[in-house]
Every structure is written in structure tokens, then in C-alpha cells.
Write a protein that binds this ligand. Structure first.
Ligand SMILES: [Zn+2]
Length: 160
């Protein structure tokens, strides 16, 4: 069934659902107000509806393949300009005199190392298993990086 809505020349709108016969109105239709023939208008509406219906699956199929192909490659692409912009912005921050980007990194390492070390010690005490002490090496390593980074930046700042 195809919904047909006709706006007659007299200004009257009328609508009906019709099962088309060979793509056309199976019977003539008239405006209920002025009696003007609406068959031609209905025929064109049916033809449009049938064209959309017939084209829809083909359009969907055509659209699906390039869409998948088009969506897949750009997906990794957008982050890279953003990452490049962030990477470009970072050195500026780091070179800034005592800016936030300059100072937060070294103590971040130390904080992470202390947290990790504390967790490892807690796990060791809690479970009585010495294997958790292995994580302390990583914790000490993180703290060492933090101290090294701190001293490197302090020297750099003193050099400026
Ligand atoms: Zn009319």
C-alpha cells in the first residue's frame, strides 16, 4: 500500500492508501470537494513512491560499502593530528620557566613510585609472600626517574 496525499487545485487536501496496479492508480480518483480529477497527481505520487522503494535497497547497498571503507581509514587518522598538536605543544610547556608542564612530571614519577612501593609493601605484609617485593624494584626505579628528572630540570632552570 502506498500513501497518497493530493493537494487539489481548489485547495482541498485529500489522502488515501492505494495498492497501485502496474505502477498507476487502479481507478480514477476525484477531489471530494470540487470533483476535479486527481488521478494524474496520484499517478505521479505513486511513481515517486515506487521509485524510492525500488531504489532504496540499491542505495543502501551502495552506501554501505563505501561508508565502511571510508569510515575505517579516517578513524585512526583524526587522533594523529591531535596527538601531533599535543606533541608540538608539549615542548613549549616544558621549556616554559617553571610552568606546570615543567614541574609536574618529576614528582609524578616519585608519587607513582611511592604508591607502587607502598602497595607492594602492603601486599607483602598482608600476604606474607616475598614475591610482591619484586614490585619494589619498579617503585625504586620510578622514584629514581623522578629524582633524575627533577635534577635535570633544576639544572636547566639554573642554566636559564
Ligand atoms: Zn478540489
Amino acid at each position: 500500500m502506498i500513501p497518497v496525499k493530493i493537494l487539489c487545485g481548489c485547495g482541498q487536501k485529500y489522502a488515501f492508501d492505494i495498492e497501485p496496479a502496474e505502477g498507476r492508480m487502479p481507478a480514477p480518483v476525484q477531489c471530494p470537494v470540487c470533483g476535479a480529477d486527481g488521478t494524474a497527481a496520484a499517478d505521479s505520487i505513486i511513481a515517486q513512491a515506487l521509485a524510492v522503494e525500488g531504489a532504496a535497497p540499491g542505495v543502501a547497498r551502495l552506501r554501505a560499502t563505501p561508508a565502511l571503507a571510508a569510515v575505517a581509514p579516517p578513524a585512526p587518522a583524526p587522533p594523529s593530528p591531535a596527538a601531533a598538536a599535543r606533541a608540538a605543544a608539549r615542548p613549549q610547556q616544558e621549556w616554559g620557566p617553571g610552568g606546570q608542564g615543567d614541574t609536574w612530571k618529576w614528582w609524578y614519577y616519585i608519587l607513582a613510585g611511592v604508591c607502587l612501593g607502598g602497595y607492594d609493601i602492603w601486599r607483602t605484609v598482608e600476604t606474607g609472600r616475598i614475591k610482591y617485593l619484586g614490585g619494589l624494584f619498579l617503585a625504586v626505579f620510578l622514584v629514581a626517574i623522578g629524582v633524575w628528572d627533577f635534577q635535570r630540570k633544576r639544572k636547566k632552570r639554573a642554566g636559564n
